[in-house]
Design a protein around this ligand. Structure first.
Ligand code: CTP
Length: 399
C-alpha cells in the first residue's frame, strides 16, 4: 500500500501518455496522492483536464507561470514528493536528464529534486536501441535513477521490439519497491511529537502551543526513506503521519512508558514539547469554585525527562539520539549546554519566541548541534526540515 505517499508524476510527450492516466488511477487506488506535471509534448497526447480530473490535484505545466511560483516554487515542488515518476520517459527527456539540462518545468524539477526518480522509458525500438539512448540510459543508471521497462511488443508506429512503456501495474510495483526499499529499510526509528497534557482535574489540564507539525514531518520523511517508524504523540493538531505505528499518549509519564516499550530502536528523535511539570495529585473530581472560598493552589512535581532517560541508557540506548531545544534567548549557547546535559548526540535548536512564528507555524529555523559543532540551516518549511533530518539520519546509520 502507498497510503500517505506523494508521487510527482511527469508525463512526457509520447503515445504511451494515455497509459499514464490509468497509472494515476492505480496509484490513487493504493492510497498515494499524485501531483501531475504535463510537458508540452505530453499535452499533445492527453488533455490537461483529464490528467487534473483523474489526479484530483492541481496540474503543473509551465515553469514561468508566476501564479504557481507564488503558491509553490519549482524547488519546493520538486521536493514535496516522496518519489518522482517520469512516465512516459521519452528519448528526449532521458537525454536532457542525462546531461543535466533544465529548459522547462519538468527538466527543472528533475534537476532540482533531492528525491529519487523512477523513469518508465517509452519510444520507438530504433530510438531505444540507438547508441545515444543506450549511453544516456547507462548514465542515468549511474546517477541512481531507477527504471522500469520498456517492454517488448508491437508498437504504435507499426514496428516490433523493446520500447513499449511498462504497463501501469508494473510501474506501480516499481514505485512500491522504490518507496518501501529506501535507504532506511530495516531500520526502526522512534519519533516523539506534540504537546503533553497534564491533568489538573477531569476537565482541565496544562498544555503548551506545540502543534505536532515538526514531529509529523520528520516521521513522514523517515517513512519515505523506508524506515519502520513508531510515532509516540501527545494530543496534537497536525495531521498524523502515514505509514507509522502511532501510539497516542496524553501525559509525560505515559510518553516515557510508550517510548520505553518501543525500544530497541536504531534512532530516536524527541520532537515532543513535553511538559516539565505535572500537578501533584490531580483531583479526580472537578474542582468547584465556591463563592468566598480561597482560590485553589496547584502544587507541581517535575516530570521525567524522557530524552535524558533514553540518552543515558546502557545497552538499549539507540545508536543515534536526537533532541530539540526550544529556546527563546541565547539559542545556540543554551542548546549546546542542553545537548551536554541531556547526553544526546544531536540537538536541533530553534527559537520559539512568539515573533518567530515557529511554535504552531509551518516553518522552522534550526541549528543542528553535534560533536562536530553548530550547523545553521536556512529557514525552511517544517516538511523540508523533516526531510533534511531524515537524510542525515540515514547517512549516520549507514556508517
Ligand atoms: N524533553 C523530554 N522530556 C521532558 C522535557 C523535554 O524528552 N520532560 C525533550 C524534548 O522532547 C526535547 C528536549 O528534551 O527534545 C528539550 O526540550 P526543551 O523543552 O527545549 O527543554 P527542557 O528540558 O524543558 O529544558 P528547559 O526548561 O531548560 O528549556
Amino acid at each position: 500500500m502507498l497510503s500517505g505517499r506523494k508521487i510527482l508524476l511527469i508525463i512526457g510527450g509520447g503515445i504511451a501518455a494515455y497509459k499514464s492516466l490509468d497509472l494515476i488511477r492505480r496509484l490513487r487506488d493504493r492510497g498515494a496522492s499524485v501531483v501531475p506535471v504535463l510537458t508540452k509534448g505530453g499535452a499533445e497526447f492527453v488533455t490537461p483536464l483529464s490528467v487534473a480530473a483523474l489526479a484530483g490535484e492541481k496540474l503543473y505545466r509551465d515553469l514561468f507561470d508566476l501564479g504557481d511560483e507564488a503558491e509553490m516554487g519549482h524547488i519546493q515542488l520538486s521536493r514535496a514528493a516522496d518519489l518522482i515518476v517520469v512516465a512516459p520517459a521519452t528519448a528526449d527527456l532521458m537525454a536532457k536528464m542525462a546531461n543535466g539540462q533544465a529548459n522547462d518545468l519538468a527538466t527543472t524539477l528533475l534537476l532540482a529534486t533531492d528525491k529519487r526518480v523512477l523513469i518508465a522509458p517509452a519510444m520507438n525500438v530504433r530510438m531505444w536501441e540507438h547508441a545515444a539512448t543506450v549511453r544516456n540510459a547507462e548514465k542515468l543508471k549511474q546517477d541512481g535513477i531507477l527504471s522500469v521497462g520498456p517492454d517488448e511488443g508491437d508498437m504504435a508506429c507499426g514496428e516490433y521490439g523493446p520500447g513499449r512503456m511498462a504497463e501501469p501495474l508494473a510501474i506501480v510495483a516499481a514505485v512500491e519497491d522504490a518507496l518501501l526499499n529506501g535507504p532506511l529499510k530495516g531500520k526502526h526509528v522512534l519519533v516523539t511529537s506534540g504537546p503533553t497534557h497534564e491533568p489538573i482535574d477531569p476537565v482541565r489540564y496544562i498544555a503548551n502551543r506545540s502543534s505536532g507539525a515538526q514531529g509529523a514531518a520528520i516521521a513522514n520523511a523517515l517513512v519515505a526513506l523506508g524506515a519502520k517508524v513508531t510515532f509516540v504523540t501527545g494530543p496534537a493538531h497536525a495531521e498524523m503521519p502515514a505509514g507509522c505505528v502511532i501510539v497516542p499518549v496524553e501525559t509525560a509519564d505515559e510518553m516515557l512508558a510508550a517510548v520505553t516499550k518501543s525500544l530497541p530502536v536504531d534512532a530516536a528523535v524527541f520532537a515532543a514539547a513535553v511538559a516539565d511539570w505535572k500537578v501533584i495529585s490531580a483531583s479526580d473530581k472537578k474542582i468547584k469554585k465556591t463563592k468566598g472560598a480561597k482560590l485553589p493552589v496547584l502544587e507541581f512535581s517535575e516530570n521525567p525527562d524522557i530524552l535524558q532517560t533514553i540518552s543515558s541508557m546502557g545497552k538499549d540506548r539507540p545508536k543515534l539520539v536526537v533532541g530539540f531545544a526550544a529556546e527563546t534567548d541565547d539559542v545556540q549557547k543554551n542548546a549546546t549546554d542542553k545537548r551536554q546535559r541531556k547526553g544526546c548526540d544531536w540537538i536541533l535548536a530553534n527559537d520559539v519566541s512568539p515573533a518567530t512564528g515557529i511554535m504552531g507555524g509551518s516553518e522552522n529555523d534550526v541549528t543542528l548541534i553535534s560533536d562536530q559543532g553548530a550547523e545553521n540551516w536556512p529557514r525552511m518549511s517544517k516538511i523540508a526540515v523533516g526531510q533534511r533530518l531524515a537524510d542525515k539520519i540515514s547517512d549516520e546509520l549507514d556508517d
